[in-house]
Design a protein around this ligand. Structure first.
Ligand SMILES: [Zn+2]
Length: 426
């Protein structure tokens, strides 16, 4: 297959300026970039005037719910939601049923992904058996299948001695730890932030320190054992500052991620019990939003990850305390980040590509996608002047639990090209 993308503007992590030109893709590889490239015989020609061509995004934190919760999402529907949002690779979290804590389960998930997904679907593995925090999972067996990220996401590994042991053991063979940070006893029912909204709604809130204590504890454990720690979905200013301080010391391998919803929303959005704003860690305050955006720009957060967490409409229509935590993110992340931050100049395409495409791949030890001659084709064509309306029909996720439901935002993913295949063509 030969595709010539004409008159496009190319985004890269290395420069805020876009470069214009034509991009030629032959048999899955970028073979030429330049002005007025000749049209090869039989090529599909795409007029991409006014469009931005960027590397495919990569999401290092998604919940695909298979095995065990296929009414919410499957590996097939989750990966289609990713493609719909311009995402060409993901890392699954292990809180499935059974949990991804053994080579047998991991192998079966990877096999399903090979069969049913059109993008690379990687998986993390549990730190402890069944994510119960009691016994170490089969770390070495999962490593042999290519698992690099270990996490009990959904919960903190409560026992620091166990995590210490895991870090000493697995840190040596190139695995790293991803921490969902939360002191369960402090977090309470985990429904929302301890603050004005919890007070107004009369629900016991989860204080930010429940998260910040574990952020510090887990980085400290990594510092002591030499392991690499990755802090997941940071929600508070003090959490960001804790990571910034540890990074400034330069003597611990720490990376961190932030989710679009923690950049964009805060507890005020909950209004009167809107469960589309219920997630864990909870939305905090406007001051936290601002600090997290600052942390993203500074590089305290290496990457953006959605924590894509599908739940059925029935589950999310329960009362605020009973409804499960989480919102979907893959269909909407790129457009919503563009709409809210790039159009207003808070940050540019270079930062978005760096934090949502390049750095997550680096974290996983994968080659970084880029629009350059000789690179494998892994690209998204984006219309900055177009619009996306996130109707139920638009979304490819099996679930619809997103605050963006039925909203229209600026920006549109028009085409996704991966290797020899056009995965999306709107
Ligand atoms: Zn989590």
């Amino acid at each position: 297959m030969t595709v010539l993308i004409q008159n496009t503007c190319i985004a890269s992590e290395n420069s805020p300026a876009l470069t214009s030109g034509d991009v030629l893709v032959e048999n899955g590889t970028i073979t030429a970039i330049g002005l007025d490239l000749a049209i090869p015989a039989g090529a599909r020609v795409i007029d991409a005037r006014g469009r931005i061509l960027m590397p495919g995004m990569f999401d290092a934190h998604v919940h695909f719910r298979e095995p065990g919760f296929e009414t919410k999402e499957t590996i097939a529907t989750g990966s289609e939601a990713a493609i719909n949002g311009g995402v060409t690779g993901v890392v699954m979290m292990p809180n499935t049923s059974p949990a991804l804590d053994s080579p047998t389960v991991v192998a079966s998930v990877l096999e399903t992904a090979r069969r049913n997904a059109r993008i690379p679907v990687l998986t993390s593995g549990c730190i402890t058996k069944g994510r119960e925090g009691k016994e170490l999972a089969a770390l070495d067996g999962m490593r042999a299948l290519g698992v690099r990220m270990l996490t009990d996401d959904g919960d903190t590994t409560a026992d620091p001695a166990l995590l210490w042991r895991a870090m000493q053991y697995a840190g040596e063979f190139g695995m790293f730890f991803a921490s969902h940070c939360e002191v369960a006893e402090l977090a309470g029912p985990r429904a929302l932030n301890d603050g004005v909204t919890s007070y107004r709604l009369g629900i016991k809130g989860s204080p930010a320190c429940a998260e910040e204590i574990i952020i510090d504890r887990d980085i400290r454990l990594a510092h002591a054992t030499g392991a690499h720690i990755h802090i997941q979905h940071v929600s508070s200013k003090l959490g960001m500052e804790t990571i910034r301080w540890w990074k400034s010391r330069g003597d611990v391998r720490v990376t961190a991620e932030v989710s679009p919803h923690h950049l964009l929303f805060n507890e005020e959005h909950i209004g009167d019990f809107d469960t589309h704003y219920k997630m864990n860690p909870p939305l905090r305050t406007r001051a936290d939003n601002e600090a997290l955006v600052q942390g993203l720009i500074e590089g305290v957060f290496d990457l953006i990850a959605t924590d894509h967490a599908p739940h059925t409409p029935f589950e999310k229509s329960q009362d605020f305390i009973s409804a499960p935590n989480g919102i979907t993110g893959l269909d909407t992340a790129l457009v919503s980040l563009y709409h809210h931050f790039v159009t207003s100049g808070v940050f540019g395409w270079d930062l978005l590509v760096k934090r949502y495409s390049a750095e997550p791949r680096r974290l996983m030890g994968l080659p970084v996608a880029s629009i350059a001659v000789g690179e494998a084709a892994d690209m998204v064509l984006f219309d900055p002047d177009g619009e996306s309306t996130f109707t139920a029909e638009f979304m490819r996720s099996k679930s619809r639990n997103t605050p963006f439901l039925d909203q229209t935002l600026r920006g549109r993913v028009e085409l996704v090209l991966l290797g020899r295949e056009i995965l999306l063509d709107r």
